[in-house]
Design a protein around this ligand. Structure first.
Ligand code: EAX
Length: 326
């Protein structure tokens, strides 16, 4: 009798705890530090999901390379030891060659064109492809147009790039791009301040927000507004984990990420002029109008090289090229 009473009592005590345990916890990885583009999106996503789900979901953001490089975060997402990530498009290409179509050189004339293609059927097709590598593609947030910095000399034409030891993302495509431009590229994970400071590398390329937030002006004197590629983040989840959520949860999570990404893109664009002004004030020598035609000429045949030779990559590239020109 007493034993039965005790069981009933224990069950009664368990129930509220049981409903608390039903909370879904999510580990979300970004390589960058607070204040960075990825973090703005991650924090917005966390706010939206936790408030709209009234606490059914809890998001913990792992940032500042605490989970390793972006390549390493992607590996952890595939293993589901991390459920979600906001990751620069570059490092995806080792997992999914199709991802390199976003950063085809000089593809998008401006951010609006990028939004049109990435939010349209072509971008959605790319997100679908991620399922082949165990990831659910939720949305595109923005890193931004990438610009070249270096410690050696002003870069006006592509000839000035010759021989620069440049760090590129862990991406076969970016390595090939800078090889074609005449530099000496080395793939490395983020961050790279120490390597720039010690002179292991002379140059790097990133959007203005990153150059500012990571104080690269302290170790890079010259900035050229090359805007050679548009760089997005692909906001992803582990596919099996995502599919294990109730349908309402899947919809909510996706909508929160789409909304967070939209706000984050707006943040990035609103601040771009300030980032440039800050970098000038910090003493960078800025080439605002480099001879971009000389860059275009060097990479005009890149779509015939090995990095775009896969059938599906080539097909998606043709769709992106068409859509971007419409
Ligand atoms: O977002 O590795 C890179 O160059 C990325 O752009 C960096 O993570 C900053």
């Amino acid at each position: 009798m007493i034993a039965r009473l005790l069981t009933v009592l224990m069950l009664a005590l368990w129930l509220p705890a049981g409903s608390l345990w039903a909370k879904t916890t999510i580990k979300l990885g970004v390589v960058t530090k607070p204040g960075s583009a990825q973090n703005i999106c991650a924090e917005k996503f966390k706010d939206l999901l936790e408030s709209r789900s009234q606490g059914d979901y809890e998001v913990t953001i792992f940032h500042s390379a605490s989970l390793g490089t972006e390549t390493e975060i992607l590996e952890q997402i595939q293993l589901n030891s991390v459920q979600m990530g906001i990751i620069t498009d570059g490092p995806f290409d080792v997992f999914l060659p199709e991802a390199r179509v976003i950063s085809y050189p000089f593809l998008f004339p401006d951010a609006r064109a990028a939004d049109k293609v990435l939010d349209g059927p072509e971008g959605q097709e790319l997100l679908q492809h991620l399922e082949k590598v165990g990831m659910k593609g939720l949305a595109f947030s923005e890193n931004g147009f990438r610009n070249l910095t270096n410690s050696k000399r002003p870069v006006h034409t592509v000839a000035d790039v010759a021989g620069l030891k440049i760090r590129v993302m862990e991406s076969q495509f970016h390595k090939e791009l800078w090889r074609l431009l005449g530099a000496n590229p080395t793939p490395m994970g983020w961050p790279i301040y120490t390597e720039l400071q010690q002179g292991t590398i002379d140059a790097q390329e990133n959007p203005l927000s990153v150059i500012w937030t990571y104080k690269l002006f302290e170790v890079q004197k010259y900035l050229s507004l090359t805007g050679h590629v548009y760089s997005s983040h692909i906001d992803v989840a582990n596919l099996k984990w995502f599919q294990s959520l109730p349908e309402s949860g899947q919809k909510l999570l996706q909508q929160c990420m789409v909304d967070a990404a939209r706000e984050q893109r707006a943040w990035n664009r609103t601040n771009e002029a300030n980032f440039l002004a800050n970098l000038k004030e910090a003493g960078m020598v800025v080439e605002e109008h480099p001879d971009l035609q000389s860059f275009r000429d060097k990479v005009s045949r890149i779509q015939d090289t090995d990095v775009f030779k896969g059938k599906e990559t080539q097909e998606l590239l043709q769709k992106f090229l068409r859509a971007a020109r419409e």
